[in-house]
Design a protein around this ligand. Structure first.
Ligand code: ADP
Ligand code: MG
Length: 242
């Protein structure tokens, strides 16, 4: 059974079809990279998987459970999925440590000492143990994004969704975040991420998905989709960005 199974998902905003009969299987431990022009539906797809949007049609299953069922406990599902956005969304008035422990303490009712211990372990994991007491604005953009990733990891998610997490970073800070993602993949984390970093996709992705106007036009290993695309649209997109 796939960890994530997206089956015939349709999503519209008004009469604008944003995801059209979208199907994708993600196996445990896979890194799936979504590519496509701005507006092709990458963020909407990730938001549907995390139940930040409801789908109009189709099914999304997490480990065999239909999470698009209206009866589902959305908070319980979200706690099994980590999500990180382009904007780091850290609380500026809280320390790095408090940013990470806030949800575990307030939402998941974890005791402060245990939440702190897990948070420190995750900060160590992303190489920022010494920044626990710093405020976000004392960190570089790359460090802030690594804190946001640490925050998404504290629940030990089964799946990580990452939406253009390096797009807001200065070019010299992109590498440290991509290196962390490559490490997570190496540790067996299942990830679905959108990015414009084609060299990362080439090196780390198991599957590359090319989205065009809400459709999955082409999917396959990077050596196929990036190096030998079959679709004219994919070729055009790749020639524009590389
Ligand atoms: P991408 O992440 O690939 O740039 P998005 O998923 O953000 O694409 O957007 C896909 C399309 O859906 C775009 O045309 C966008 O304008 C539209 N869209 C996204 N969110 C909303 C919304 N909340 N309301 C209306 N239209 C939206
Ligand atoms: Mg987007």
């Amino acid at each position: 059974m796939s960890l994530l199974s997206i089956q015939g998902v349709r999503k519209s905003f008004g009469d604008h079809v944003v995801l059209d009969d979208f199907s994708l299987e993600v196996e445990r431990g896979e890194c799936v990279v979504l590519i496509g022009a701005s507006g092709s539906g990458k963020s909407t797809l990730l938001r549907c998987v995390n139940l930040l949007e409801t789908v109009d049609d189709g099914v999304v299953e997490l480990a065999g459970e239909d999470i698009t069922d209206p009866q589902v406990d959305a908070d319980a599902i979200r706690s099994r999925i980590g999500i990180v956005f382009q904007a780091f969304n850290l609380f500026p008035h809280l320390s790095v440590l408090d940013n990470i422990t806030l949800a575990p303490r307030k939402v998941h009712k974890i005791a402060p000492a245990a939440a702190r211990e897990t948070a420190l372990a995750m900060l160590g994991r992303v190489g920022l143990a010494e920044k626990a007491n710093a405020k976000p604005d004392e960190l570089s953009g790359g460090q802030q994004q690594r804190v946001a990733i640490a925050r998404a990891l504290v629940n030990a998610p089964e799946l990580m969704l990452l939406d253009e997490v390096t797009s807001a970073l200065d070019p010299e800070l992109v590498g440290e975040v991509l290196a962390l993602l490559a490490d997570l993949k190496g540790e067996g984390m299942t990830m679905v991420l959108s990015t414009h970093e084609m060299s990362f996709a080439r090196q780390v992705a198991d599957k590359v998905c090319f989205l065009h106007d809400g459709r999955l036009l082409e999917v396959g290993p990077p050596e196929q989709v990036l190096a030998n695309p079959q679709h004219e649209r994919t070729k055009q997109f790749l020639s524009r960005i590389t």
